[in-house]
Design a protein around this ligand. Structure first.
Ligand SMILES: NC(=O)c1ccc[n+]([C@@H]2O[C@H](COP(=O)([O-])OP(=O)(O)OC[C@H]3O[C@@H](n4cnc5c(N)ncnc54)[C@H](OP(=O)(O)O)[C@@H]3O)[C@@H](O)[C@H]2O)c1
Length: 282
């Protein structure tokens, strides 16, 4: 509700996050208050990995729609290219290959196209797909993916995948745009760029915060949509107010120089899955 009041109209959900009910209630409440209409909102949700068989896709989306109390979503994404068996745990960490399904991503895509044909999803796309996985879909799809939601932040600027997606008019939505501060300290996770003292100093010059500088850079210079997450009202407002300043070239150059090609979100437990996306260069 704070986000809608602050002006956000795009809300990122997923069946797996368990946030669909809360988002549905907030949207319903704000519609009843006359603040928004359903048509003002752009609601995304995602197909979880246990439901990659093509005849499971529409039923899973219908479950999401029930949670959201909506009759369509604006965007429906395959959450990850790798699938798990339906009866496996939803995050089968350390369960090994016995938990994996071998459904091909092109079969799952046929289920997504069915959801689109039925009008339950106004747009369909993917998340965490690499270049060759997108290529594979483009070869067989009747309805093309409109979006790839992937990690993008200054530590992992993902430029080659962004350029590839743009060449097919696929919008890139950048997740973990602030580098997911709560993961900092885990092995291999780089320090979020918003904590870099030089970025903090730079932000003062613009009368902004370092989070606002980072989000402005991602939107204006990498050309991606961003979905920062916050449960803090003041930060929700802060993260929305990023469009009224322009970074100087030397500051852009510095932020570019902080790229380390280091991800926060690796899902490396599933590195032995045939469809694990992050072994390829991009
Ligand atoms: N498709 C996928 O596989 C995938 C994977 C990961 C994430 N996502 C999506 O991306 C969204 C964002 O990713 P994320 O939550 O992992 O990472 P993030 O947005 O980079 O970071 C969130 C963290 O930053 C803090 N924060 C937010 N705004 C701040 C500000 N202005 N100043 C200081 N700290 C701030 C938040 O704290 P508080 O909440 O305490 O304010 C939270 O700890 C998720 O909600 C999800 O929708 C998708």
């Amino acid at each position: 509700m704070n986000a809608i009041d602050a002006g956000y109209r795009h809300i990122d959900c997923a069946w797996r996050y368990g946030n669909e009910r809360d988002v549905g209630e907030a949207v319903e409440q704000k519609i009843s208050e006359g603040v928004i209409s359903r048509g003002d909102m752009f609601i995304t949700t995602k197909l979880w990995c246990n439901f990659h068989e093509k005849n499971k896709v529409v039923p899973l989306l219908k479950d999401s729609l029930k949670n959201l109390k909506m009759n369509y979503v604006d965007l429906f994404l395959i959450h990850w290219p790798f699938g798990f068996k339906e009866e496996a745990p939803s995050w089968p960490k350390n369960k090994g290959k016995s938990a994996y399904s071998d459904v091909d991503i092109t079969d799952t895509w046929q289920g997504m196209e069915k959801a689109y044909d039925l009008g339950l999803a106004r747009n369909i796309g993917v998340s965490n797909f690499n270049k060759s996985q997108i290529e594979k879909l483009l070869l067989v799809s009747r309805t093309r993916p409109v979006c790839n939601q992937v990690e993008v932040n200054p530590n992992f600027n993902n430029k080659r995948l962004i350029a590839y997606c743009k060449s097919f008019d696929i919008v890139v939505v950048g997740y973990c745009p602030l580098g997911r501060i709560e993961s900092f300290g885990r092995p291999g996770v780089p320090k979020p760029t918003m904590l870099d003292p030089k970025i903090m100093k730079m932000a003062k010059k613009y009368n902004k915060t370092s989070a606002q500088v980072v989000l402005n850079y991602l939107v204006n210079n990498l050309g991606v949509a961003v979905i920062p997450k916050s449960i803090t009202k003041s930060r929700i407002i802060e993260n929305f107010n990023i469009f009224d300043f322009q970074l100087e070239q030397k500051d852009i150059d510095y932020i570019e120089s902080t790229n380390k090609n280091a991800r926060v979100c690796l899902a490396s437990y599933f590195g032995d899955h045939k469809d694990y996306p992050f072994h390829d260069e991009f």
